[in-house]
Design a protein around this ligand. Structure first.
Ligand SMILES: *[C@@H]1O[C@H](CO)[C@@H](O)[C@H](O)[C@H]1NC(C)=O
Length: 349
């Protein structure tokens, strides 16, 4: 009996350890802030400051954006124009809009080994996600989502080998980011994309985890835990982070946010509902977990542990056997002594 309990506990601990290990990166994303890599207000020159030009500029002056074709919808034209206006050709900036066909051509020419994966992504947004990592890897520059506008010139951000934006509550976003060409992190990112090309049934989760912010956050987490997040020079591996406080709604913020998330489907409603009702979801999770545990225990007792029956183990004998055999499992594990049950049963008779 003791040994049965021990085996059961060891088995369950092994299952739990396996599950925790499988999602460890995700769990750690919840607690890691990345603040040691924050680009703070204090180190950034104010808009228009003469200090801006004296800083080293590593990232090339290229702005990348993506859309299906060249007809940008009206809702995003203002945001797009705000970035174009602040980064003129006279100041040495180049603007690149990656349409679907330009993206496909680019991948086929420059990264032919990725073309099959790229062309076969089930959701167009996965191509829009993937192309930004490749153009940053190839050209370097700054990628900006079409629904993000520019609030000030981005020159100060060119002084870092790579930067991304932090999202609350967890991880990093891929909606605005910059890097030097061939930054080792983006080399890793494009290298891993094919491995993460899996379906997670719900489109939202599939997109997030295969190419989107969740994928990039997992890459970032691996990057930092492997100790590769070092080196501030042009060939350095460090990824600097812009925190929400620095990018939302100040005169010194870099970006503004316009209407967004054009690709969200019905499953997103469900996921947002889960997020809003997280207490209920957590309690439900525990209840389900404990139920599974108890059922596992019951099945284990019922089918794998045979009570020492004196020789005869025929069903008829078992049915009329010692009281222990007839008690439902919840009584058996409830810790009361058998004497009590025998008394109860006698009263009932
Ligand atoms: C661009 O794509 C949009 C959305 O699919 C479509 O409505 C529009 O006709 C396209 N424009 C051109 C010029 O092909």
């Amino acid at each position: 009996m003791r040994r049965a309990v021990l085996l059961f506990l060891i088995f369950n601990l092994a299952v739990i350890a396996f599950l925790v290990h499988s999602v460890w990166t995700l769990i750690s994303l919840l607690v890691v802030s990345g603040s040691e890599d924050a680009i703070s207000k204090a180190e950034l020159p104010a808009p228009g400051s003469t200090l801006i030009d004296s800083r080293p500029q590593m990232i090339p002056k290229i702005i990348h954006q993506t859309y299906i074709n060249e007809s940008i919808p009206l809702v995003w034209q203002e945001a797009q124009q705000s970035c174009i206006d602040l980064h003129s050709e006279e100041d040495g900036w180049e603007y690149k809009l990656w349409t679907d066909s330009a993206s496909a051509d680019f991948i086929q020419t420059e990264y032919p080994w990725f073309y099959d994966t790229f062309a076969n992504y089930p959701y167009p947004i996965q191509r829009a996600d993937a192309i930004r990592y490749f153009v940053l890897h190839h050209y370097g520059g700054i990628y900006i989502d079409l629904d993000d506008g520019c609030n000030r010139a981005l020159e100060p951000l060119l002084s870092y080998p790579a930067f991304v934006r932090r999202t609350v509550p967890t991880g990093i976003s891929n909606d605005a980011m910059g890097s030097v060409p061939r930054h080792p992190f983006f080399t890793r990112v494009i290298d891993q994309l094919s491995d993460y090309d899996r379906s997670w049934i719900l489109p939202y989760i599939t997109v997030m985890a295969s190419t989107g912010p969740l994928f990039l956050s997992v890459m970032w987490r691996h990057w930092t835990t492997e100790g590769l997040n070092v080196g501030d020079g042009a060939d350095g591996g460090r990824i600097r982070i812009i925190f929400p406080d620095e990018y939302n709604g100040h005169s010194w913020s870099f970006f503004t946010h316009h209407l967004g998330n054009s690709w969200h489907g019905a499953d997103v409603q469900f996921i947002f509902w889960l997020a809003r009702n997280w207490i209920f979801v957590t309690v439900l999770g525990f209840v389900l977990g404990i139920t599974v545990l108890l059922m596992g225990w019951w099945i284990y007792r019922r089918y794998f542990v045979r009570a020492p029956l004196a020789g005869d183990s025929s069903p008829r004998w078992r049915a009329t056997g010692p009281l222990k055999q007839r008690l439902p499992f919840w009584r058996r594990i409830s810790g009361q002594s058998q004497q009590d049950y025998e008394l109860i049963d006698r009263h009932e008779v």
